[in-house]
Design a protein around this ligand. Structure first.
Ligand code: HEC
Length: 624
């Protein structure tokens, strides 16, 4: 248990050059044909890039760029460019002849190798075919699902869904909207508007009733973190929409028009990103930081590993950084050389993949961290960490698994025994039990759910392993709770574990009921990446819980006994309100359905599993 108030340690900008992927992993072949203007980064199901850029650079580029000839920028100068600049140079710019015959995957691979980041392709910037005829004022008093967990406590529970559990079997798709993949934010509901963002560099404000586009904001970068809204004196609409992107940039947009209010680079690391949703309270945004160092740092010339998870508090009105706090007060130091002779660093890891949970009463926030990347002890990896809302000072940290030292591939991998990769990717639920006692409850990829005392971090209960867990198993993206029951979706691989949904008594951790995720045949996910696992975050309403599977099925179960209420195949192709015919859905992952005002919104497709564009599905009872 750690009680010192730590000072900030920034993850270093990686020494040397960054990363691509050397894994010999064969991705499932996509069966779709990308639509013009939509370019899907060639990721595989784990979000990794199947093509390593290093050999491509050696054979196709190094001859002129290392050492650099004539005016050619050297490799260091290329690394300083944005991934879009390098991508554009190869696809539409001066280097097009040098990239002749390269596949999109090879182009992504070499850009990733040089810059450490994925480019956002230049997509068609034309007008949306279904712009709204009128855009009235925002309706802040209307139905809302704001941010990741709907409330500061990240319950993921909607007490006023606008339909009853008994109505769930009658839910029908009212409209579908197609937008560029690959990963998307969970839908934010705000009155009569729905806000979604995508890693393809788009933020949309859609009309909840019809799916028409009030505005669209394009940027090269991309965002998958769920967005929140807050009052803003300089926004003409009175409200700002906050977007955290995959370059550690946070933007405030006028929620009424999409106009930029401010843009702040909150931190810098060559493979740093924001995946968890920034949490907003009292005009302060609490931004969690993660990085893809574990998967993308696996290249011999990359000085691994230098990223340490952190939270940045940002003034929501001005965009000014108020404080930064890493989960560990150490600067990664040089350790050993890898097999390629590159200097390695450590400790590193403890990325924060999920949204912070805010405890206004205690003046604390809680974040859950991922694994350690190196063999150097990282005492706040795989931990729940409490920070002071005002200063960021760490009040307590409870590590549930020490030495979970994990890295994809072997060249930069940790020495000694490799950890099982039991990250927390899930936000803690701050639960108030009947009687008033509070618990911070969260599960991780081990398939164990933990309940800690929010004041001290002391473990109150923990379940046995509910399944096998694994690198892509256990609880991936958040439990949900109505205060009495905690619903834990399990993403286990059926060959080794038990994918399904477990209902736990919040007070004790006792299993109330559990259901296994059925195997679906045929499975219609276009990419063919099909698994029954419940990886997506669960969403609860009175009397029922929704959970989405990686085979594209969304299911609702009765809160009382786990009885199946509804099974919906979200992969079925749809004609969309923005003019795409027969757009397929894909597998369900990360952000779960959001519910408010008699409507439910679900994104279908993740990692390009739906093809070049994903679907946003809007449901109402009987499709009315
Ligand atoms: C035959 C030599 C040669 C090869 C091969 C080559 N380049 Fe270049 N590259 C150059 C030169 C010369 C320039 C500078 C052009 C200028 O400034 O007029 C350049 C510029 C660039 C730029 C900057 C472009 C801009 O718009 O400023 C990028 C990015 C780049 N190269 C990437 C690559 C990559 C990636 C490869 C391998 C796929 C590659 N190059 C292969 C010679 C080469």
């Amino acid at each position: 248990m750690l009680r010192r108030a730590w000072t900030l340690v920034l993850g270093l900008t990686a020494a040397g050059l960054a990363a691509s992927l050397a894994l010999a992993q064969t991705p499932a072949r996509p069966v779709y044909t990308p639509k013009p203007g939509y370019v899907t980064p060639p990721e595989n199901s784990a979000g990794l890039y199947p093509v390593s850029g290093e050999p491509i650079f050696r054979s196709r580029c190094a001859g002129c760029h290392e050492p650099a000839v004539e005016r050619a920028p050297d490799r260091r100068a290329l690394a300083a460019r944005s991934p879009e600049e390098v991508y554009d140079a190869l696809t539409v710019g001066q280097m097009t002849p040098m990239a002749e015959g390269m596949t999109p995957a090879e182009i992504f691979g070499v850009v990733r190798y040089l810059t450490g980041k994925s480019p956002t392709p230049q997509t068609a910037q034309g007008p949306d075919p279904n712009r709204c005829a009128v855009s009235g004022p925002l309706k802040p008093d209307g139905p809302r699902w704001d941010g990741w967990g709907r409330d500061l406590e990240n319950s993921r529970y909607q007490p006023k869904p606008g339909f009853a559990a008994a109505d769930i079997p009658r839910l029908k798709v009212k409209w579908a909207f197609s937008y560029p993949g690959t990963k998307n934010s969970q839908a934010t509901i705000f009155g009569d508007r729905v806000f979604v963002a995508s890693l393809a560099g788009k933020v949309y404000a859609l009309d909840a009733a019809s799916g028409c586009v009030h505005w669209r904001y394009d940027f090269r970068g991309g965002a998958r973190a769920t967005m929140s809204l807050g009052r803003h004196p300089k926004a003409a609409s009175g409200w700002a929409l906050y977007v955290g992107d995959d370059r550690m940039v946070v933007r405030a947009l006028d929620a009424g028009s999409g106009q930029e209010l401010w843009t702040t680079q909150v931190h810098d690391h060559v493979v740093g990103r924001i995946t968890g949703s920034p949490a907003l309270y009292d005009n302060v945004l609490y931004v969690p930081l993660s990085a893809s160092e574990e998967s993308q740092g696996n290249v011999g010339s990359y000085g691994c590993c230098t990223f340490i998870g952190a939270v940045v508090a940002v003034d929501a009105i001005s965009g000014r950084v108020l404080w930064k706090q890493a989960v560990l007060n150490e600067t990664p130091k040089p350790t050993r050389k890898n097999a390629a002779g590159t200097q390695m660093y450590g400790p590193a890891g403890g990325a924060i993949w999920s949204a912070p949970t805010l405890d206004v009463k205690r003046g604390l926030l809680y974040v859950a961290t991922g694994d350690s990347y190196t063999e150097i002890d990282h005492p706040t990896s795989d931990a729940v960490v409490a920070m002071d809302l005002k200063t960021g000072a760490i009040r307590w940290a409870n590590q549930v698994l020490a030495n979970d030292n994990f890295m994809s591939g072997t060249i930069n991998g940790p020495l000694g025994e490799r950890g099982p990769d039991y990250d927390f990717g899930s936000s803690p639920n701050l639960v108030t039990l009947p009687g008033g006692r509070q618990l911070a409850i969260t599960g991780n990829k081990s398939s164990i759910v933990y309940a800690m005392d929010p004041a001290t971090g002391k473990m109150v209960w923990e379940t046995p392993k509910l399944g096998s867990g694994g690198a892509s198993g256990g609880v991936e993206w958040s439990t949900a709770t109505d205060g009495r029951i905690v619903y834990a979706p399990l993403a286990d691989n059926p060959a080794r574990g038990r994918p399904g949904l477990v209902a736990l008594e919040a007070a004790s951790g006792r299993v109330l009921w559990r259901v296994d995720a059925p195997k679906v045949e045929p499975c219609n996910v276009p990419s063919g990446q099909c698994r029954p696992g419940y990886s997506q975050a669960a969403t609860a309403i009175p009397g029922a819980v929704f959970t989405g599977a990686q085979d594209g099925h969304l299911r609702a179960y009765a809160a009382a006994d786990g009885k199946l209420l509804w099974d919906f195949d979200a992969t079925v192709p749809r004609d969309t309100v923005n003019g795409v015919k027969g757009a397929p859905g894909g597998y369900l992952d990360m952000g779960g359905p959001t519910v408010a005002g008699g409507m439910m919104f679900l994104h279908s497709g993740y990692n390009g599993s739906a093809g070049a564009s994903n679907l946003l599905l809007a449901f109402t009872v009987d499709g009315k």
